[in-house]
Design a protein. Structure first.
Length: 222
């Protein structure tokens, strides 16, 4: 069956931001006299939607439940942007290059667990505003990954059958979501990233520069 759309995850797939968000949350908590070990926060953040992260935070620190998710997200964005200004380029260039290449042939969507405003800001950072047909953030679907809800919503909005979509992901939850949606899944397993079990993906690559549509055909025939 032919591929008719490409769907990308954002954090960890197109932009290397999950460490920055982890440190942003640590600073946010610290300024409110709360402490959570960085190793713990890494597992709270990586591969999870903002909704799930928010509920994990308030479960650990119940007084923060007085802060609604959108307000906490806005506060965290300030911490994140300050950290990003001091960091190297967070764009994963080879991944964005592939997105722009595929956009010449297919409609491209980004389905992320981050708040929609953060997704839109990242698209601008990548210089991909004219390449991305659709963005879905945490507010746009429920539940989050590993539920297939986000990918199914993306396919529906693009007017494409889920089985005709290929997904690019980097997390175990994202791979599970893509496969549960009935989509072909390419997993990005970068050497310096927090290890994730992406073995359920149809194709696992260490860099998306290795991807080609020609190499995809034998995989789909299996």
């Amino acid at each position: 069956m032919k591929i008719k759309a490409a769907i990308f995850d954002l954090d960890g797939t197109l932009v290397d931001t999950e460490m920055l968000w982890t440190d942003a949350i640590a600073s946010y908590l610290g300024d409110r006299q709360y402490h959570c070990p960085r190793e713990t926060l890494l597992h709270v953040v990586f591969g999870r939607s903002w909704t799930d992260i928010y509920f994990e935070i308030i479960k650990r620190f119940p007084p923060l439940a007085d802060t609604p998710p959108h307000q906490m997200a806005e506060s965290l964005r300030g911490y994140y942007l300050r950290l990003r200004q001091r960091s190297e380029n967070v764009v994963i260039e080879s991944s964005v290059k592939l997105l722009k290449k595929l956009a010449r042939k297919y409609p491209v969507a980004i389905v992320s667990g981050s708040p929609r405003n953060d997704v839109a800001e990242a698209v601008k950072l990548m210089g991909a505003e004219k390449k991305v047909r659709l963005i879905l953030g945490a507010e746009d679907y429920s539940p989050g990954k590993p539920s297939p809800a986000g990918f199914l919503a993306g396919a529906q909005k693009l007017g494409v059958n889920p089985s005709e979509c290929m997904v690019f992901e980097d997390s175990q939850a994202g791979v599970k979501a893509a496969k549960a949606a009935g989509m072909f899944c390419v997993a990005l397993s970068r050497q310096n990233a927090l290890p994730q079990d992406v073995s359920a993906a149809d194709l696992v690559l260490t860099d998306l520069s290795e991807f080609s549509l020609e190499a995809l055909q034998p995989q789909r025939a299996k």
